[in-house]
Design a protein around this ligand. Structure first.
Ligand SMILES: C[S@@+](CC[C@H](N)C(=O)[O-])C[C@H]1O[C@@H](n2cnc3c(N)ncnc32)[C@H](O)[C@@H]1O
Length: 238
């Protein structure tokens, strides 16, 4: 298994926000995206875009139309379900090394840290997600190592649990994530998935563990069901 030590400059606290995007990402997030209670989760606050934020327009004006979508600015249903599950069943992560893959704003990572994980790494390809996760972790007093990288292309990391919150919304990504999770399983890593049933969720590989009723992607009142699943070897799910 590979070490999770990130390349120089990518560890939390070493990210240079100005360098990644031409402006101060920390200041941008603090100024435009309020720190609010995470939906359905007592005691965790995360920077979350509001309808009045106009975030997509703001980002496009600063970064150009090719910028990654700011998915990190909202807790997603799958991540909320996983975070609720870790807080309700801390024994899953207690004293274990946890990777939050596709962390967005880091809600799952923060919940794992609060539930007593031995170490928590949050990985996302989006530099702004890395900055948001760092800010959110600090705001919640959670010790989270932030890695800005695509770990799905590499070997299994040196962790005990991989948590995947809402990553099955795109077909190519779903295929890459599934292949990566297969390598993780083969290395003896437990894999948990939180998802409300996105288009490319590999149901045949999943064993249901728990159901939660959660908000999704900036929703303030409506909720939807989202599941927590154990990712299993070929032929063992469904
Ligand atoms: C739908 S959001 C989910 C965020 C968070 N897990 C949650 O549930 O709130 C998906 C996140 O995965 C990230 N992502 C997409 N492809 C990725 C990859 N190959 N490796 C790591 N993160 C990735 C995106 O940048 C985005 O922040």
């Amino acid at each position: 298994m590979d070490s999770l030590d990130p390349p120089a400059g990518r560890r939390s606290g070493m990210i240079n926000p100005a360098g990644i995007s031409g402006y101060d990402a920390e200041a941008f997030i603090r100024a435009n995206i309020p720190l609010v209670a995470a939906p359905s989760i007592a005691g965790i606050r995360v920077h979350t875009a509001q309808p009045s934020t106009g975030l997509w327009r703001l980002l496009e004006s600063r970064r150009g139309a090719g910028a990654l979508s700011p998915y990190w600015a909202y807790p997603w249903a799958g991540g909320i379900a996983l975070a609720m599950h870790f807080l309700a069943h801390p024994e899953i992560v207690w004293q274990r090394r946890v990777l939050d893959l596709g962390a967005g704003g880091g809600l799952v990572a923060i919940a794992a840290a609060k539930a007593g994980a031995a170490s928590v790494t949050a990985a996302d390809i989006d530099p702004l997600a890395a900055v948001a996760t760092k800010l959110n972790a600090v705001a919640n007093g959670a010790d989270v190592l932030v890695v800005q990288d695509d770990l799905t292309m590499g070997p299994p990391p040196a962790v005990d649990v991989v948590a995947v919150g809402d990553l099955f919304y795109d077909q190519d990504l779903a295929l890459r994530v599934t292949a990566f999770l297969d390598r993780c399983l083969a290395a003896g890593i437990e894999v948990l998935v939180g998802d409300p049933g996105r288009a490319f969720l590999p149901y045949q590989r999943l064993r249901p563990v728990a159901d939660y009723q959660v908000a999704d992607f900036g929703e303030t009142s409506a909720t939807k069901p989202a599941g927590v699943f154990s990712f299993t070897r070929e032929g063992e799910g469904g």
